[in-house]
Design a protein around this ligand. Structure first.
Ligand SMILES: Cc1cc2nc3c(=O)[nH]c(=O)nc-3n(C[C@H](O)[C@H](O)[C@H](O)COP(=O)(O)OP(=O)(O)OC[C@H]3O[C@@H](n4cnc5c(N)ncnc54)[C@H](O)[C@@H]3O)c2cc1C
Length: 502
Protein backbone atom coordinates (compact mmCIF):
# COMPACT_ATOMS: atom_id res chain seq x y z
CA UNK A 1 0.00 0.00 0.00
CA UNK A 2 1.33 3.47 -0.84
CA UNK A 3 2.25 5.66 2.09
CA UNK A 4 1.86 9.21 0.99
CA UNK A 5 -0.80 10.68 3.21
CA UNK A 6 -0.19 13.66 5.46
CA UNK A 7 -0.86 11.40 8.40
CA UNK A 8 1.87 9.09 7.17
CA UNK A 9 4.42 11.83 7.69
CA UNK A 10 3.68 12.20 11.39
CA UNK A 11 5.36 10.17 14.02
CA UNK A 12 3.02 8.04 16.06
CA UNK A 13 4.10 9.75 19.27
CA UNK A 14 3.20 13.05 17.70
CA UNK A 15 -0.21 11.77 16.77
CA UNK A 16 -0.88 10.47 20.26
CA UNK A 17 0.26 13.62 22.00
CA UNK A 18 -0.94 15.92 19.29
CA UNK A 19 -4.57 14.90 19.40
CA UNK A 20 -4.88 17.04 22.48
CA UNK A 21 -2.54 19.84 21.53
CA UNK A 22 -5.24 22.40 21.09
CA UNK A 23 -6.58 21.66 24.55
CA UNK A 24 -3.09 22.04 26.00
CA UNK A 25 -3.04 25.81 25.90
CA UNK A 26 -6.54 26.04 27.35
CA UNK A 27 -5.69 23.69 30.23
CA UNK A 28 -2.58 25.66 31.12
CA UNK A 29 -4.62 28.81 31.19
CA UNK A 30 -7.57 27.29 33.08
CA UNK A 31 -5.63 25.45 35.84
CA UNK A 32 -2.48 27.33 36.79
CA UNK A 33 0.30 26.19 39.14
CA UNK A 34 -0.70 25.95 42.83
CA UNK A 35 2.78 25.61 44.41
CA UNK A 36 4.71 28.42 46.13
CA UNK A 37 6.51 30.66 43.61
CA UNK A 38 10.11 29.69 42.88
CA UNK A 39 11.21 33.20 43.80
CA UNK A 40 10.61 32.18 47.42
CA UNK A 41 13.43 29.61 47.24
CA UNK A 42 17.13 29.43 46.42
CA UNK A 43 17.34 29.13 42.66
CA UNK A 44 19.97 27.38 40.55
CA UNK A 45 20.86 29.73 37.72
CA UNK A 46 23.63 28.70 35.31
CA UNK A 47 25.90 31.60 34.31
CA UNK A 48 26.45 30.28 30.79
CA UNK A 49 30.06 31.53 31.05
CA UNK A 50 32.47 30.75 28.21
CA UNK A 51 34.86 28.91 30.56
CA UNK A 52 32.17 26.54 31.73
CA UNK A 53 30.36 23.51 30.34
CA UNK A 54 26.93 22.27 31.32
CA UNK A 55 24.82 19.31 30.31
CA UNK A 56 21.17 18.66 29.55
CA UNK A 57 20.23 18.74 33.23
CA UNK A 58 21.36 22.42 33.38
CA UNK A 59 22.43 21.56 36.94
CA UNK A 60 26.07 20.73 36.18
CA UNK A 61 27.73 23.97 35.19
CA UNK A 62 31.45 23.22 35.62
CA UNK A 63 34.56 25.34 34.98
CA UNK A 64 36.79 23.80 32.31
CA UNK A 65 40.18 24.75 30.86
CA UNK A 66 39.33 24.53 27.14
CA UNK A 67 36.53 23.31 24.87
CA UNK A 68 37.18 22.40 21.24
CA UNK A 69 34.82 21.01 18.62
CA UNK A 70 36.15 18.48 16.11
CA UNK A 71 34.22 18.50 12.85
CA UNK A 72 36.74 16.88 10.50
CA UNK A 73 36.30 13.33 9.18
CA UNK A 74 38.13 10.80 11.31
CA UNK A 75 41.67 10.38 9.97
CA UNK A 76 45.31 11.18 10.58
CA UNK A 77 44.67 14.90 11.13
CA UNK A 78 42.00 14.33 13.79
CA UNK A 79 44.14 11.76 15.56
CA UNK A 80 47.13 14.14 15.55
CA UNK A 81 44.93 16.91 16.94
CA UNK A 82 43.60 14.70 19.73
CA UNK A 83 47.09 13.45 20.60
CA UNK A 84 48.35 17.05 20.90
CA UNK A 85 45.44 18.01 23.14
CA UNK A 86 45.90 14.87 25.26
CA UNK A 87 49.62 15.50 25.74
CA UNK A 88 49.07 19.08 26.78
CA UNK A 89 46.45 17.96 29.30
CA UNK A 90 48.74 15.22 30.62
CA UNK A 91 51.69 17.59 30.98
CA UNK A 92 49.57 20.01 33.01
CA UNK A 93 47.82 17.29 35.05
CA UNK A 94 44.43 18.25 33.64
CA UNK A 95 41.65 15.77 32.70
CA UNK A 96 40.57 15.15 29.10
CA UNK A 97 37.17 13.98 27.87
CA UNK A 98 35.25 13.51 24.62
CA UNK A 99 31.52 14.26 24.43
CA UNK A 100 28.81 14.59 21.82
CA UNK A 101 25.38 16.11 22.61
CA UNK A 102 25.97 16.24 26.42
CA UNK A 103 22.55 14.90 27.23
CA UNK A 104 23.94 12.80 30.05
CA UNK A 105 22.93 14.48 33.28
CA UNK A 106 25.75 13.89 35.75
CA UNK A 107 28.71 15.62 34.08
CA UNK A 108 29.61 12.38 32.28
CA UNK A 109 30.96 14.37 29.31
CA UNK A 110 32.54 17.19 31.34
CA UNK A 111 36.20 17.09 32.54
CA UNK A 112 36.31 19.50 35.53
CA UNK A 113 39.05 22.08 34.90
CA UNK A 114 40.14 20.09 31.86
CA UNK A 115 40.14 19.72 28.09
CA UNK A 116 36.68 19.02 26.69
CA UNK A 117 36.29 17.87 23.10
CA UNK A 118 32.98 17.75 21.28
CA UNK A 119 32.75 15.45 18.26
CA UNK A 120 30.38 16.76 15.61
CA UNK A 121 30.60 15.13 12.19
CA UNK A 122 27.90 13.23 10.30
CA UNK A 123 29.98 10.83 8.19
CA UNK A 124 28.06 7.57 7.58
CA UNK A 125 28.89 4.92 4.96
CA UNK A 126 26.55 1.93 4.61
CA UNK A 127 27.72 -1.45 3.32
CA UNK A 128 24.64 -3.43 2.27
CA UNK A 129 26.60 -6.67 1.76
CA UNK A 130 27.75 -6.82 5.39
CA UNK A 131 24.63 -5.10 6.80
CA UNK A 132 26.89 -2.67 8.65
CA UNK A 133 27.85 0.99 8.39
CA UNK A 134 30.99 2.88 9.20
CA UNK A 135 30.31 6.02 11.15
CA UNK A 136 32.11 8.98 12.67
CA UNK A 137 31.80 8.63 16.46
CA UNK A 138 30.26 12.10 16.70
CA UNK A 139 27.52 11.48 14.12
CA UNK A 140 24.07 12.11 15.57
CA UNK A 141 21.38 9.49 15.06
CA UNK A 142 19.35 11.91 12.91
CA UNK A 143 22.27 11.85 10.44
CA UNK A 144 22.58 8.07 10.62
CA UNK A 145 18.84 7.58 10.02
CA UNK A 146 18.88 9.92 7.00
CA UNK A 147 21.89 8.17 5.47
CA UNK A 148 20.57 4.64 6.08
CA UNK A 149 17.00 5.47 5.05
CA UNK A 150 18.26 6.42 1.59
CA UNK A 151 19.64 2.85 1.30
CA UNK A 152 16.47 1.19 2.65
CA UNK A 153 18.14 0.49 5.99
CA UNK A 154 17.69 1.48 9.64
CA UNK A 155 19.83 1.52 12.81
CA UNK A 156 19.41 -1.80 14.61
CA UNK A 157 19.31 -0.25 18.10
CA UNK A 158 19.39 3.40 19.21
CA UNK A 159 17.68 5.49 21.86
CA UNK A 160 14.14 6.80 21.55
CA UNK A 161 15.41 10.20 20.33
CA UNK A 162 17.72 11.07 17.47
CA UNK A 163 19.87 13.87 18.98
CA UNK A 164 22.58 11.71 20.55
CA UNK A 165 26.06 10.80 19.32
CA UNK A 166 26.78 7.24 18.14
CA UNK A 167 29.95 6.69 20.21
CA UNK A 168 28.22 8.34 23.17
CA UNK A 169 25.41 5.82 22.79
CA UNK A 170 27.96 2.99 22.91
CA UNK A 171 29.75 4.66 25.84
CA UNK A 172 26.55 4.58 27.94
CA UNK A 173 25.42 1.35 26.20
CA UNK A 174 22.01 2.87 25.60
CA UNK A 175 18.98 0.87 24.57
CA UNK A 176 15.89 1.71 22.59
CA UNK A 177 12.56 0.11 21.80
CA UNK A 178 13.32 -2.09 18.78
CA UNK A 179 12.82 -5.70 19.94
CA UNK A 180 13.99 -8.24 20.87
CA UNK A 181 17.39 -6.58 21.16
CA UNK A 182 19.69 -5.79 24.05
CA UNK A 183 21.59 -2.51 24.41
CA UNK A 184 23.20 -0.78 21.43
CA UNK A 185 26.66 -2.18 22.29
CA UNK A 186 25.47 -5.58 21.07
CA UNK A 187 25.22 -4.08 17.55
CA UNK A 188 28.77 -2.67 17.44
CA UNK A 189 31.17 -4.85 15.42
CA UNK A 190 34.41 -2.92 15.94
CA UNK A 191 35.84 0.51 16.62
CA UNK A 192 39.14 2.37 16.67
CA UNK A 193 40.20 3.59 20.09
CA UNK A 194 42.85 6.18 20.81
CA UNK A 195 44.11 4.90 24.13
CA UNK A 196 45.12 7.32 26.89
CA UNK A 197 48.79 6.61 26.04
CA UNK A 198 48.16 7.77 22.45
CA UNK A 199 48.24 4.32 20.82
CA UNK A 200 45.55 3.65 18.21
CA UNK A 201 43.89 0.21 18.50
CA UNK A 202 41.29 -1.62 16.43
CA UNK A 203 38.98 -3.16 19.03
CA UNK A 204 36.38 -5.87 18.49
CA UNK A 205 35.16 -9.08 20.12
CA UNK A 206 38.26 -10.78 18.66
CA UNK A 207 40.84 -8.01 19.00
CA UNK A 208 41.30 -6.73 22.57
CA UNK A 209 37.94 -8.16 23.75
CA UNK A 210 38.56 -6.99 27.32
CA UNK A 211 38.90 -3.36 26.16
CA UNK A 212 35.76 -3.85 24.04
CA UNK A 213 33.75 -4.84 27.12
CA UNK A 214 35.20 -2.04 29.25
CA UNK A 215 34.52 0.62 26.60
CA UNK A 216 30.93 -0.54 25.99
CA UNK A 217 29.09 1.32 28.73
CA UNK A 218 32.43 2.68 30.02
CA UNK A 219 31.51 6.40 29.90
CA UNK A 220 34.49 7.45 27.78
CA UNK A 221 37.00 6.47 30.49
CA UNK A 222 39.09 4.04 28.41
CA UNK A 223 40.05 6.41 25.58
CA UNK A 224 38.64 8.24 22.56
CA UNK A 225 36.59 6.28 20.03
CA UNK A 226 37.50 7.68 16.61
CA UNK A 227 35.70 5.40 14.14
CA UNK A 228 32.99 2.72 14.42
CA UNK A 229 31.46 -0.19 12.51
CA UNK A 230 27.85 -0.83 13.52
CA UNK A 231 25.08 -3.23 12.43
CA UNK A 232 21.95 -2.10 10.58
CA UNK A 233 18.67 -3.78 9.59
CA UNK A 234 16.20 -3.21 6.74
CA UNK A 235 13.78 -0.35 7.22
CA UNK A 236 10.21 -1.67 7.46
CA UNK A 237 6.64 -0.49 7.14
CA UNK A 238 4.91 -1.24 10.45
CA UNK A 239 1.42 -1.14 11.92
CA UNK A 240 0.66 -0.66 15.62
CA UNK A 241 -1.60 -2.59 17.98
CA UNK A 242 -2.75 -1.07 21.28
CA UNK A 243 -3.75 -2.95 24.41
CA UNK A 244 -4.87 -1.41 27.68
CA UNK A 245 -4.53 -3.39 30.91
CA UNK A 246 -3.93 -3.13 34.66
CA UNK A 247 -0.39 -1.91 35.28
CA UNK A 248 0.47 -4.92 37.43
CA UNK A 249 -0.42 -7.25 34.54
CA UNK A 250 1.88 -5.48 32.09
CA UNK A 251 5.01 -7.66 32.32
CA UNK A 252 3.48 -11.01 31.29
CA UNK A 253 1.60 -9.41 28.37
CA UNK A 254 4.68 -7.51 27.23
CA UNK A 255 7.13 -10.40 27.48
CA UNK A 256 4.56 -12.71 25.87
CA UNK A 257 4.17 -10.35 22.90
CA UNK A 258 7.94 -10.10 22.44
CA UNK A 259 8.52 -13.83 22.78
CA UNK A 260 5.86 -14.47 20.09
CA UNK A 261 8.58 -13.30 17.68
CA UNK A 262 6.65 -11.16 15.19
CA UNK A 263 6.97 -7.77 16.93
CA UNK A 264 9.49 -5.25 15.51
CA UNK A 265 9.11 -2.35 17.98
CA UNK A 266 7.35 -2.27 21.35
CA UNK A 267 6.79 -0.05 24.35
CA UNK A 268 4.37 0.58 27.17
CA UNK A 269 3.14 3.48 29.25
CA UNK A 270 1.48 3.93 32.64
CA UNK A 271 -0.90 6.66 33.80
CA UNK A 272 0.76 9.32 35.99
CA UNK A 273 -2.03 11.26 37.74
CA UNK A 274 -1.44 11.17 41.50
CA UNK A 275 -4.82 9.77 42.55
CA UNK A 276 -4.70 6.60 40.44
CA UNK A 277 -0.93 6.64 39.91
CA UNK A 278 0.40 3.66 37.90
CA UNK A 279 -2.87 1.73 37.98
CA UNK A 280 -3.28 1.37 34.23
CA UNK A 281 -0.94 0.40 31.41
CA UNK A 282 -1.01 0.72 27.66
CA UNK A 283 1.05 -1.65 25.51
CA UNK A 284 1.91 -0.65 21.95
CA UNK A 285 3.42 -3.23 19.60
CA UNK A 286 4.42 -2.69 15.97
CA UNK A 287 4.43 -5.52 13.44
CA UNK A 288 5.44 -5.60 9.81
CA UNK A 289 2.86 -4.88 7.12
CA UNK A 290 2.47 -7.36 4.27
CA UNK A 291 3.41 -4.72 1.70
CA UNK A 292 7.01 -3.50 2.06
CA UNK A 293 7.31 -1.81 -1.36
CA UNK A 294 7.82 1.94 -1.95
CA UNK A 295 8.62 2.98 1.60
CA UNK A 296 8.40 6.77 1.87
CA UNK A 297 11.56 8.70 2.69
CA UNK A 298 11.90 9.52 6.36
CA UNK A 299 10.98 13.09 7.28
CA UNK A 300 11.75 15.28 10.27
CA UNK A 301 9.32 15.93 13.07
CA UNK A 302 6.20 17.66 11.84
CA UNK A 303 4.32 20.67 13.17
CA UNK A 304 2.05 18.33 15.12
CA UNK A 305 5.04 17.04 17.11
CA UNK A 306 5.72 20.56 18.30
CA UNK A 307 2.06 21.22 19.01
CA UNK A 308 2.14 17.95 20.96
CA UNK A 309 4.56 19.48 23.43
CA UNK A 310 1.74 21.70 24.63
CA UNK A 311 -0.52 18.96 25.92
CA UNK A 312 2.52 17.26 27.42
CA UNK A 313 3.52 20.45 29.26
CA UNK A 314 -0.06 21.18 30.26
CA UNK A 315 0.29 18.22 32.66
CA UNK A 316 2.64 20.23 34.88
CA UNK A 317 1.02 20.41 38.34
CA UNK A 318 -2.30 19.80 36.67
CA UNK A 319 -4.01 16.53 37.56
CA UNK A 320 -6.91 17.15 35.18
CA UNK A 321 -4.52 17.50 32.28
CA UNK A 322 -2.75 14.27 33.29
CA UNK A 323 -6.11 12.45 33.23
CA UNK A 324 -6.96 13.98 29.89
CA UNK A 325 -3.65 13.08 28.33
CA UNK A 326 -4.08 9.48 29.46
CA UNK A 327 -7.54 9.46 27.98
CA UNK A 328 -6.18 10.77 24.67
CA UNK A 329 -3.31 8.35 24.68
CA UNK A 330 -5.38 5.26 25.44
CA UNK A 331 -8.60 6.21 23.66
CA UNK A 332 -8.42 8.81 20.96
CA UNK A 333 -4.72 8.34 20.15
CA UNK A 334 -5.04 4.76 18.91
CA UNK A 335 -7.85 5.88 16.60
CA UNK A 336 -5.94 8.74 14.98
CA UNK A 337 -2.38 7.44 15.38
CA UNK A 338 -3.03 3.84 14.45
CA UNK A 339 -1.92 3.94 10.81
CA UNK A 340 1.10 2.46 9.14
CA UNK A 341 4.49 4.06 9.64
CA UNK A 342 8.09 3.20 8.85
CA UNK A 343 10.58 2.06 11.44
CA UNK A 344 12.80 5.02 10.58
CA UNK A 345 9.93 7.50 10.99
CA UNK A 346 9.27 6.12 14.48
CA UNK A 347 12.83 6.60 15.69
CA UNK A 348 13.52 9.95 13.99
CA UNK A 349 12.21 12.08 16.86
CA UNK A 350 14.27 14.93 18.37
CA UNK A 351 14.32 15.66 22.11
CA UNK A 352 13.52 19.27 21.22
CA UNK A 353 9.96 18.21 20.44
CA UNK A 354 9.17 18.27 24.14
CA UNK A 355 11.34 21.25 25.11
CA UNK A 356 9.63 23.17 27.94
CA UNK A 357 11.24 26.58 27.17
CA UNK A 358 10.84 27.44 30.87
CA UNK A 359 14.06 28.77 32.46
CA UNK A 360 12.79 28.01 35.98
CA UNK A 361 12.43 24.26 35.32
CA UNK A 362 14.46 21.42 33.85
CA UNK A 363 13.58 17.93 32.63
CA UNK A 364 15.23 15.14 34.59
CA UNK A 365 15.22 11.51 33.52
CA UNK A 366 15.45 8.39 35.65
CA UNK A 367 15.59 4.83 34.53
CA UNK A 368 15.22 1.53 36.32
CA UNK A 369 15.87 -1.95 34.92
CA UNK A 370 13.51 -4.43 36.49
CA UNK A 371 13.41 -8.24 36.19
CA UNK A 372 10.05 -8.91 34.48
CA UNK A 373 8.95 -11.29 37.25
CA UNK A 374 9.29 -8.44 39.80
CA UNK A 375 7.59 -5.74 37.72
CA UNK A 376 4.31 -5.72 39.70
CA UNK A 377 6.30 -5.14 42.92
CA UNK A 378 8.18 -2.32 41.20
CA UNK A 379 4.82 -0.71 40.38
CA UNK A 380 3.88 -0.89 44.07
CA UNK A 381 7.21 0.65 45.08
CA UNK A 382 6.67 3.55 42.66
CA UNK A 383 3.12 4.06 43.93
CA UNK A 384 4.50 4.38 47.47
CA UNK A 385 7.47 6.62 46.67
CA UNK A 386 6.73 8.95 43.74
CA UNK A 387 3.36 10.61 44.51
CA UNK A 388 4.60 11.25 48.07
CA UNK A 389 7.38 13.50 46.70
CA UNK A 390 7.22 17.02 45.33
CA UNK A 391 8.46 15.87 41.96
CA UNK A 392 6.25 16.24 38.94
CA UNK A 393 6.29 13.09 36.87
CA UNK A 394 5.29 13.79 33.30
CA UNK A 395 5.75 10.45 31.63
CA UNK A 396 6.93 6.86 31.92
CA UNK A 397 7.84 4.61 29.02
CA UNK A 398 8.44 0.87 29.41
CA UNK A 399 10.80 -1.00 27.08
CA UNK A 400 12.24 -4.46 26.71
CA UNK A 401 16.01 -4.96 27.00
CA UNK A 402 17.58 -8.36 26.29
CA UNK A 403 20.45 -9.52 28.52
CA UNK A 404 23.88 -7.90 28.14
CA UNK A 405 26.56 -10.27 29.42
CA UNK A 406 29.41 -8.40 27.73
CA UNK A 407 29.85 -4.92 29.20
CA UNK A 408 31.59 -4.72 32.58
CA UNK A 409 29.14 -2.08 33.81
CA UNK A 410 26.10 -4.02 32.54
CA UNK A 411 22.66 -2.96 33.76
CA UNK A 412 20.90 -6.00 32.30
CA UNK A 413 22.52 -9.24 33.47
CA UNK A 414 19.25 -10.87 32.39
CA UNK A 415 16.27 -9.63 30.33
CA UNK A 416 14.82 -6.49 31.89
CA UNK A 417 11.89 -4.13 31.61
CA UNK A 418 13.43 -0.67 31.29
CA UNK A 419 11.29 1.95 33.03
CA UNK A 420 12.19 5.41 31.69
CA UNK A 421 10.73 8.27 33.74
CA UNK A 422 10.65 11.94 32.88
CA UNK A 423 10.24 14.51 35.66
CA UNK A 424 9.95 18.27 35.37
CA UNK A 425 12.07 19.70 38.19
CA UNK A 426 12.10 23.22 39.54
CA UNK A 427 15.62 24.78 39.23
CA UNK A 428 15.97 25.25 42.98
CA UNK A 429 17.92 23.86 45.89
CA UNK A 430 14.74 22.53 47.54
CA UNK A 431 13.77 20.59 44.41
CA UNK A 432 17.25 19.16 44.03
CA UNK A 433 17.27 17.95 47.66
CA UNK A 434 13.83 16.36 47.32
CA UNK A 435 14.76 14.75 44.04
CA UNK A 436 17.88 13.21 45.57
CA UNK A 437 15.86 11.82 48.46
CA UNK A 438 13.22 10.33 46.16
CA UNK A 439 15.80 8.86 43.76
CA UNK A 440 17.73 7.15 46.56
CA UNK A 441 14.50 5.59 47.75
CA UNK A 442 13.50 4.39 44.28
CA UNK A 443 16.97 2.96 43.67
CA UNK A 444 16.88 1.13 47.00
CA UNK A 445 13.50 -0.42 46.22
CA UNK A 446 14.67 -1.44 42.73
CA UNK A 447 17.88 -3.00 44.05
CA UNK A 448 15.82 -5.00 46.54
CA UNK A 449 13.91 -6.45 43.57
CA UNK A 450 17.11 -7.57 41.82
CA UNK A 451 17.06 -4.68 39.38
CA UNK A 452 19.27 -1.64 38.99
CA UNK A 453 19.25 2.00 37.90
CA UNK A 454 20.75 3.72 34.85
CA UNK A 455 24.06 5.57 35.21
CA UNK A 456 23.86 8.53 32.77
CA UNK A 457 21.37 10.51 34.80
CA UNK A 458 21.66 12.65 37.96
CA UNK A 459 24.36 11.55 40.44
CA UNK A 460 21.85 10.93 43.20
CA UNK A 461 22.63 7.29 43.98
CA UNK A 462 24.63 6.69 47.15
CA UNK A 463 28.09 5.14 46.54
CA UNK A 464 26.96 1.90 48.19
CA UNK A 465 24.01 1.78 45.79
CA UNK A 466 26.40 2.01 42.81
CA UNK A 467 28.26 -1.02 44.14
CA UNK A 468 25.08 -3.02 44.67
CA UNK A 469 23.67 -2.10 41.26
CA UNK A 470 26.96 -2.55 39.39
CA UNK A 471 28.83 -5.34 41.21
CA UNK A 472 31.79 -5.17 38.78
CA UNK A 473 32.42 -1.44 39.35
CA UNK A 474 35.64 -2.08 41.31
CA UNK A 475 36.92 -4.35 38.56
CA UNK A 476 36.09 -1.62 36.02
CA UNK A 477 38.12 0.92 37.98
CA UNK A 478 41.11 -1.41 38.36
CA UNK A 479 41.19 -2.19 34.62
CA UNK A 480 40.72 1.47 33.67
CA UNK A 481 43.71 2.42 35.82
CA UNK A 482 45.87 -0.20 34.08
CA UNK A 483 45.01 1.49 30.77
CA UNK A 484 45.16 5.03 32.13
CA UNK A 485 47.37 5.15 35.26
CA UNK A 486 47.58 8.97 35.08
CA UNK A 487 43.76 9.28 35.05
CA UNK A 488 43.90 11.41 31.89
CA UNK A 489 40.37 10.44 30.81
CA UNK A 490 38.18 11.75 33.59
CA UNK A 491 34.74 13.31 33.91
CA UNK A 492 32.07 14.07 36.48
CA UNK A 493 31.01 10.42 36.71
CA UNK A 494 34.56 9.30 37.54
CA UNK A 495 35.04 12.04 40.11
CA UNK A 496 31.69 11.45 41.83
CA UNK A 497 31.73 7.66 42.04
CA UNK A 498 34.77 5.85 40.68
CA UNK A 499 37.80 7.70 42.08
CA UNK A 500 36.80 6.50 45.55
CA UNK A 501 37.06 2.89 44.35
CA UNK A 502 40.61 3.32 42.99
C1 LIG B 1 15.55 13.13 26.58
C2 LIG B 1 16.47 11.95 26.73
C3 LIG B 1 16.06 10.71 26.26
C4 LIG B 1 16.88 9.60 26.42
N1 LIG B 1 16.44 8.40 25.96
C5 LIG B 1 17.20 7.31 26.16
C6 LIG B 1 16.77 6.04 25.70
O1 LIG B 1 15.72 5.90 25.07
N2 LIG B 1 17.56 4.97 25.96
C7 LIG B 1 18.74 5.10 26.61
O2 LIG B 1 19.40 4.09 26.83
N3 LIG B 1 19.20 6.29 27.02
C8 LIG B 1 18.45 7.39 26.81
N4 LIG B 1 18.91 8.60 27.22
C9 LIG B 1 20.27 8.69 27.79
C10 LIG B 1 21.24 8.93 26.64
O3 LIG B 1 21.29 7.78 25.83
C11 LIG B 1 22.65 9.21 27.13
O4 LIG B 1 22.64 10.30 28.00
C12 LIG B 1 23.60 9.45 25.95
O5 LIG B 1 24.92 9.47 26.40
C13 LIG B 1 23.34 10.76 25.32
O6 LIG B 1 24.18 10.94 24.18
P1 LIG B 1 25.05 12.25 24.10
O7 LIG B 1 25.53 12.38 22.70
O8 LIG B 1 24.32 13.38 24.67
O9 LIG B 1 26.25 11.81 25.05
P2 LIG B 1 27.22 12.70 25.97
O10 LIG B 1 26.49 13.05 27.22
O11 LIG B 1 27.84 13.80 25.19
O12 LIG B 1 28.33 11.60 26.32
C14 LIG B 1 27.98 10.44 27.03
C15 LIG B 1 29.23 9.63 27.38
O13 LIG B 1 29.83 9.16 26.20
C16 LIG B 1 31.22 9.45 26.20
N5 LIG B 1 31.65 9.67 24.82
C17 LIG B 1 31.05 10.43 23.89
N6 LIG B 1 31.73 10.36 22.72
C18 LIG B 1 32.79 9.57 22.92
C19 LIG B 1 33.87 9.13 22.10
N7 LIG B 1 34.00 9.49 20.82
N8 LIG B 1 34.80 8.32 22.65
C20 LIG B 1 34.70 7.92 23.95
N9 LIG B 1 33.68 8.30 24.76
C21 LIG B 1 32.75 9.11 24.26
C22 LIG B 1 31.32 10.71 27.05
O14 LIG B 1 32.60 10.90 27.60
C23 LIG B 1 30.27 10.47 28.11
O15 LIG B 1 30.79 9.73 29.18
C24 LIG B 1 18.14 9.73 27.06
C25 LIG B 1 18.56 10.98 27.52
C26 LIG B 1 17.74 12.08 27.36
C27 LIG B 1 18.20 13.41 27.88
Amino acid sequence: MAYGSVRGQLTRRAALFGTGAVLGGWLTHRYGSKVPPVTATRQVTPSGGAETLNDASLLNETPIFRHITVQENAGEAVIARLRAEMSEARAEGRPFNIGAARHSMGGHAIPPGGHAVTFDNGFVEADIASQTYRVHPGARWSQVITALDARGMSPKVMQSNNDFGVAATFAVNAHGWPVPHGPMGATVKSFYLLRPDGELLRVSRDEFPEIFNLTMGGYGLTGAIVDMEVEMVPNRRLVPTFKKMAAKDFAPFFIGAIEAGDVNMAYGRLNVDRETFFEEALMITYREEGDQLDLPPVTGSGALSHAAARIFRAQLMNETAKDLRWWFETGLGPMVGGGEVTRNALINEPVATLDDRDPTRTDILHEYFVPPARFAEFVTACQEVIPASYQEMMNITLRYVAADRESVLSYAPGPRIACVMLFSQEMTARAEADHRRMTEELIERTLDLGGTYYLPYRPHARPDQLLRGYPRAEEFVARKLELDPDRLFRNGFWDTYLEALA
